[in-house]
Ligand binder design. Structure first.
Ligand SMILES: [Zn+2]
Length: 538
């Protein structure tokens, strides 16, 4: 067997139907949107993730080889069909990162982005990729003004580079850059030239996020007559998902996306949004949807780009209910104010407390913390929670518990309290020492860390020993005012024994605010351990 054939067999397996995911998520809610769906539920649609290439081109984002490996692994868990691991021509570091990803021997096909140059293809081959995405100009703006050649020359060069890559056993997708602004007759010629030269597919690219769904549908319909077609959409008009769906309805079967919609300018179309809308609206399954939130968090952590709170699927608020009416409705019926269950995408529903919280929300939150209160007390606690929310802040678990203790007159002794904290930084090793009151006994400990907060937290853990066994689920810092003398609010969520508690603390000193918030959260969790909840089964 020749090498090309071995490659083809291996790659054929990568695109087998086994990678198409099960329909298990769709049973959570029936899809009953319209009798005339433009995308049939038996369509096979696959996703190409380009977080590691187009996503990394977002301003200020740079991923280390280790980070690329971690993201590639989680893309594989989610069942992405093609992973564009980078641009081999970028440099030696990038090639090392791509090679690390190809070394993982994933089920997903791993590709590199290449310009229409043999040297780019050679560099991609050095990384042992399964395939390449070859970008060629398609609009006159790009053909004549950027590259400076004629349309005819561009067709010839495209055919040449595609056959070069095919001769080296690569899977090839030719992407007509700026296709949404190209003359569609010429775009067709470019697709024909690519496919005739052996390309496996052609991709319609809305490189600058310029098209609307009608233009996308028209272009992709025409290209789909010629051969297999993909779609690469950007979100400059907020139409990334709409255009991706228009492309699929016109016949595209490979959609390029990035996790969290990361990418140049306004970003690429978001992987999670394409996957959930294809599943929820059309019953077309592309991914293991329950992996999406993990994936979003891994990418957010590696890139330093925070998850916008109001984004579909991944945003903090996507499954959080605060208003009284919505909380009340949601407590009566999970689906009352949600299109699909949060578990579908690996998340949990959260009821937040704030100025809109009503009685039902407060009662549910008190229940969650195992606090008993009379109807009158609950009404009073709800009023006070609204007052706290009125002051423009989020009401945390700790605030609710403090209000509840005040109203019910249930004084409790603290288990842990921070008495004193000293931290030094700027030297070789940041160091901190803490003095804690633990059940009336004073404990002192010190610790080191990557910075003063880290050092102080390790000192607290040292002082508490096994009592500090709790997971830090989230840690957020917000500067309340703008200057270097700003008061910062640190909000931590800690979990222990299936119970989690959120505490916020505002101070001018970030280390002190962090440690106080963490100690207060531990105090709440330890107090809850001492007063076990009555069993939940009733
Ligand atoms: Zn792009």
């Amino acid at each position: 067997m020749r090498i090309e054939e071995v490659g083809a067999t291996r790659l054929g397996a990568k695109f087998s139907d086994e990678r198409n995911c099960s329909n298990r998520n769709s049973s959570l809610l029936p899809v009953t949107h319209s009798t005339e769906q433009t995308i049939a539920s038996d369509r096979t649609v696959r996703l190409l993730d380009t977080t590691l290439r187009d996503g990394e081109q977002a301003p200020g984002v740079s991923l280390s080889p280790d980070e690329k490996v971690e993201i590639a692994r989680s893309l594989e868990r989610a069942g992405v069909s093609v992973i564009e691991a980078g641009s081999a021509c970028t440099g030696a570091g990038e090639r090392q990162a791509i090679s690390r990803v190809t070394d993982l021997d994933l089920d997903a096909r791993v590709t590199s982005f290449c310009r229409g140059m043999k040297s780019d293809v050679d560099l991609a081959l050095d990384c042992n990729v399964d395939g390449v995405l070859i970008v060629v100009p398609s609009s006159d703006r790009h053909v004549e003004r950027k590259v400076g050649i004629s349309r005819e020359e561009n067709l010839e060069k495209t055919a040449e580079i595609v056959s070069y890559a095919k001769d080296h056993g690569l899977w090839v997708e030719a992407l007509g850059e700026d296709g949404s602004r190209a003359d569609l007759d010429y775009l067709e010629q470019l697709a024909e030239a690519s496919l005739d030269a052996g390309a496996d597919r052609f991709c319609f690219a809305d490189t600058v996020g310029h098209a609307g769904p009608e233009r996308t549908h028209e272009a992709v319909s025409r290209l789909a007559e010629i051969g297999p077609v993909g779609a690469h959409t950007h979100d400059d008009l907020g139409l990334g998902v709409t255009n991706a769906l228009a492309a699929v309805s016109a016949g595209a079967d490979l959609v390029h996306c990035t996790v969290n919609g990361l990418g140049e300018r306004a970003g690429n179309v978001a992987l999670e949004e394409v996957a959930i809308s294809l599943s929820h609206v059309y019953g077309v399954e592309t991914l293991e949807l329950e992996e999406l939130y993990d994936l979003a968090q891994i990418v957010s952590r590696s890139t330093g780009v925070q998850l916008p709170p109001n984004k579909a699927v991944i945003g903090e608020n996507a499954f959080t209910h605060e208003s009284g009416i919505h909380t009340d409705g949601t407590l009566k019926d999970d689906k009352m104010y949600e299109p699909y269950a949060p578990e579908t995408v690996g998340r949990e529903r959260r009821l937040a407390l704030g100025k809109h919280t009503g009685r039902a929300g407060v009662e549910a939150a008190l229940d969650e913390h195992g606090i008993e209160a009379t109807d009158d007390e609950i009404a009073e606690i709800a009023t006070r929670v609204t007052e706290l929310g009125d002051r423009g802040r989020r009401v945390t678990d700790a605030d609710l518990l403090a209000v509840a203790e005040d109203v019910t007159g249930d004084d409790r002794d603290r288990v842990v309290e921070l008495l004193d904290l000293t931290a030094t930084s700027g030297g070789a090793v940041p160091t901190a020492s803490v003095r804690l009151d633990v059940d009336g006994e004073e404990r002192v400990a010190s610790g080191t860390g990557s910075g003063p907060v880290d050092a102080a937290v390790s000192a607290v853990r040292e002082a508490l020993g096994s009592m500090a066994n709790a997971e830090l689920e989230s840690y957020h810092v917000d500067a309340v005012t703008g200057g270097t003398d700003a008061v910062v609010t640190v909000e931590v969520t800690m979990a222990r024994n299936d119970r989690s508690v959120t505490v916020a603390c505002s101070e001018a000193d970030i280390t002190r605010a962090s440690v106080k918030a963490m100690v207060d959260a531990l105090d709440r969790l330890l107090a809850a351990d001492e007063q076990p909840l009555t069993p939940a089964d009733d």
